[in-house]
Design a protein around this ligand. Structure first.
Ligand code: ASP
Length: 332
C-alpha cells in the first residue's frame, strides 16, 4: 500500500469509527427509538383524579389550548375544585379535622423541578396558589400552619372561613355518633385532586390539593403537600400524583417511585401498578387501605392504578374529554 493510500484508508477508518461512536451515543440517549419515532406525542393534555377532574380539566384546557404553560394550567385547574363548596375533600367545604378545623395541604411542581407547598394551612381558599408563591417568591419549598397563613395574607390572599354549614353538620353528626372511632378513608372521604398537564411545548407540571383525611387528628399532614409523595414531576420522564391514604403513599415515596419506574422504561400504567404492589407488600394489613396513582410520560401516554376498585380519572386532550376507570388490584 502506498503511503498516500494508507493515509486515505486510515482517515476513512477513523471517520467511520467516529460515525459509529456518534450513532451509539444517540442510541444510548433515546430510551426506545422505535417507539418515539412512530408514536405521535399527545399534547397538550391534562389529566386529574376523580370526577371533579372533569370541571378542573376544563379550566386547565382553556389555558393549554391557547398555548399557555402547563404550570398555569395545573394551578387554574385545581382552583376550580378548591372553590367548589360541594366537594367535601378539597378547599372550601372540605371536611374538617376532629376539632372542626378545615386544614389544607397542597403542592405544585414545574418542568424545571421547582416546587412549592403549603401544609396545615387554614382559612385560605386557594392553597395551590399560595404553594406557587412559595415556589416563585421564597427560597423555600414548604410553609406550614400559621407561617403559611401569614405568608398568604402578606401576599394579598383573603381570610375566609372554609367550614360550610353542611360540612359542619356532618362533623357534628360524626362527633355524636362515635367521636373516638378511628378515622377511615373510604369512598366518601377521599377526593384529593391531583392534576398533571403537558403543554404545547411538551413541558410537564403537576398540582395536588386536599383537605385530607376527614376528621383526622388536629395537625395531621398527609402525602398531598409532600413533593415525591403526593406529586412528583421530572420533565425528562413524566409526572405522577396520588390519592387515598396519604400515610401509605408517604411510606413508599409514592409519586417519585412511579416517576422512577417510568424512567426505567415502564409505561405509566405499569409504573402505577408496581407502586401499588409495593404498598401492598409493605403493609401488614391492607384491608380498606385505598391508594390510587395517576401518571403521564413524555409521550403523553397516561395510566393509573389503585389498590381497590373505584379509582377513576378525567382526561382532556385534542380528541378526548372523558372519565376513565383505573385498573386495580382487588375488589372491596
Ligand atoms: N391523600 C390524601 C391525604 O391522605 C387524601 C386522599 O386523597 O384521599 O390527605
Amino acid at each position: 500500500m502506498s503511503r498516500r493510500n494508507f493515509l486515505k484508508t486510515s482517515a476513512l477508518g477513523v471517520g467511520g469509527l467516529l460515525l459509529a461512536k456518534c450513532t451509539s451515543a444517540i442510541n444510548k440517549k433515546t430510551i426506545n427509538p422505535e417507539i418515539t419515532a412512530i408514536t405521535p406525542i399527545t399534547k397538550p393534555i391534562v389529566i386529574s383524579t376523580w370526577n371533579h377532574g372533569l370541571a378542573a380539566n376544563k379550566a386547565a384546557w382553556e389555558i393549554l389550548e391557547k398555548d399557555g404553560t402547563a404550570l398555569d394550567a395545573v394551578e387554574a385547574g385545581v382552583r376550580v375544585t378548591e372553590s367548589d363548596a360541594n366537594n367535601r375533600s378539597v378547599g372550601l367545604g372540605g371536611n374538617p379535622d376532629r376539632e372542626g378545623k378545615v386544614t389544607l395541604d397542597a403542592c405544585i411542581m414545574n418542568h424545571e423541578n421547582e416546587c412549592g407547598a403549603v401544609a396545615f394551612i387554614q382559612d385560605i381558599e386557594h392553597p395551590i396558589s399560595v404553594a406557587r408563591k412559595v415556589m416563585e417568591e421564597t427560597p423555600h419549598v414548604m410553609l406550614v400552619g400559621k407561617g403559611a397563613y401569614d405568608f398568604a395574607i402578606s401576599k394579598g390572599f383573603e381570610h375566609k372561613d372554609l367550614l360550610t354549614p353542611e360540612a359542619k353538620e356532618s362533623w357534628l353528626k360524626w362527633k355524636e355518633s362515635d367521636a373516638q372511632k378511628k378515622p377511615e378513608i373510604n369512598s366518601e372521604n377521599h377526593d384529593t385532586i391531583g392534576m398533571l398537564a403537558m403543554d404545547a411545548e411538551g413541558n410537564i407540571s403537576g398540582s395536588c390539593t386536599t383537605s385530607g383525611w376527614a376528621y383526622k387528628l388536629h395537625g395531621r399532614v398527609g402525602d398531598s403537600p409532600i413533593i415525591g409523595a403526593g406529586l412528583f414531576v421530572d420533565n425528562e420522564v413524566g409526572g405522577a400524583c396520588a390519592t387515598g391514604m396519604g400515610e401509605a403513599v408517604i411510606r413508599i415515596a409514592g409519586s417519585a417511585t412511579v416517576v422512577e419506574l417510568m424512567r426505567q422504561g415502564k409505561s405509566p400504567n405499569e409504573a402505577c401498578q408496581l407502586a401499588v404492589e409495593r404498598i401492598i407488600k409493605k403493609h401488614k394489613d391492607i384491608k380498606g387501605l385505598q391508594v390510587g396513582f395517576l401518571a403521564i410520560n413524555k409521550n403523553g401516554e397516561v395510566g393509573g392504578y389503585s389498590v381497590y376498585a373505584g379509582f377513576n380519572y378525567a382526561q382532556k386532550d385534542n380528541t378526548t374529554e372523558e372519565m376513565k376507570d383505573a385498573p386495580y388490584e382487588m375488589e372491596w
